[in-house]
Design a protein around this ligand. Sequence first.
Ligand code: SER
Length: 585
Amino acid sequence: MKAIEIRNKYLKFFEKHGHKVIPSSPLIPENDPSVLFTTAGMQPLVPYLLGQKHPEGTRLTDYQKCVRTNDIDEVGDNRHLTFFEMLGNWSLGDYFKEESIQMSYDFLTTELGIPAEKIYVTCFAGDEDCPKDELTASCWEKAGISKDRIYFYGKEDNWWIAGEEGPCGPDTEMFYDTGKPKCSPDCQPSCDCGKYVEIWNNVFMEYYKKDGKYTKLIQKNVDTGLGLERMTMLLQGKETPFDTELFKGVMDKLKELAKVDDIASIRIVAEHMRSSMMIIADGGRPSNIDRGYILRRLIRRMTRHLNKLQIDLNELPNLLDLNIDILKEMYPELNEHRQEIKEVITTEKDKFMKTLNNGEREFNKVINRLKSQGINKIDGKTIFNLYETYGFPPEVTKDLATENGFSVDLSEVDKLFKEHQEKSRMGSDQKFKGGLAEQNDKTIAYHTATHLLNAALKKVVGENSHQRGSNITAERMRFDFNCDHKLTDEEKQKVEEIVNEWIKEDLPVTVETMKKEDALKSGAECMFIEKYPDEVTVYTIGNVSKELCGGPHVKHTGELGHFKIVKEEASSQGVRRIKAILEDK
Ligand code: SER
């Protein structure tokens, strides 16, 4: 079964069970500074897991594009990926353990045809925060998993939370038995020898963790995640995701072009290329901080390994075209942004090659100096300086140093890097504090206009339209929202009319502080509820808009001027983007 068939089967199955199919959120959660990329299907749904009403109801399903980079250095082995797709279904205070488990069992055995004997499951063993999950185990038994294939583990294996604070709960994980021999008599699903592969995770989210303490949420949710690449690999009986149709075409081409036989490098190139393309298609650009730096690292690493494989870098545009052609059915946004993707990656590659050349010159100077002093070790500070001043990556320094008979002390480099990262993290925390980096009358007016636009879109496009991101400068506002079609001229005109009418009415903008829970209950709109403290500020505009927001805003809508849409375009799949200006009255 191909990946796209698995995706379609999944969405259809849950649709049949009363779930609404919602679009994948972009990889880049524009207004959420807490995470660099979308890392799980539940992430864009946090407000709804906490109790906000979702316009599509209480049963949802989607495929979510995800990027996780904590294991970036592991890519090259047979399983790690930085970009992956997660299939998910959610109950927002609707069904709970019984139904969730029955549906998972049916999907795996009936739709995917996995024999029940190949499925092992794990449940939460219980501790002082939450009792042993006997119910989950009995649901599995009832569904058809025999007792000897049900295991209980503690929080380290069977509890799920994104980070340190947020909605969480015990989970039940499903494992696929590959049929390989046990690595030891004690080998069981928690063992990572490769016999058992985790395929699906159902989280029973009924807790909220804060400051190490757990409290009950106002509703019991289910949050599930199934990794598409892994499932595809298993169903096709392949050893790695790189052997499936998602990567194979590009892997084969790379093998053909490479003059050196190095499977790890070939995987790194194929994986980082896919990841970079996806990030760029969703608006990411290389830079020296945060997300941009991750993208930069991915492209640089890809380039370095292309070099290592002795593949002519002029092949890069062709490789990108090939990769886009392979993936465009699953991710049409790649095709839509083909030109940009090629430009961004090629430009970054060129920059990096310059950096490499300059850095190498500098590196040689250092080496010669050390040699003349009879030293054969490069210390961490020198490696770090080569990085900071010339952008010369430590792993390249290390490779070259070793080739020149030098030893390197990477532990010190790690320490310096951590300090450096901490500094830039603090910098970005600072940047996001309070919402708007740069505030003046114009940006404040635009900020209020985004609330009006958000409310107007709900009237014209429908209640399902929600803010997905925004960006404000003193010259214009940009606003992303979910919507499944290009707005017609009439719709755009209608939106403008409504916003301008509200401006003309000179509605008062008021702010109040309230408990987060009360704010949600009052129906206030919000994008990233978990990032707000317990006490939140809610901005209300007349009786047309109510949103959780850090402000600041104008006092009366009459201050805004004339609202005009200058552009409406696609942002990513299922997400549209409006650029608008406020003209002087
Ligand atoms: N949030 C859980 C995970 O990421 C289930 O979707 O595994």
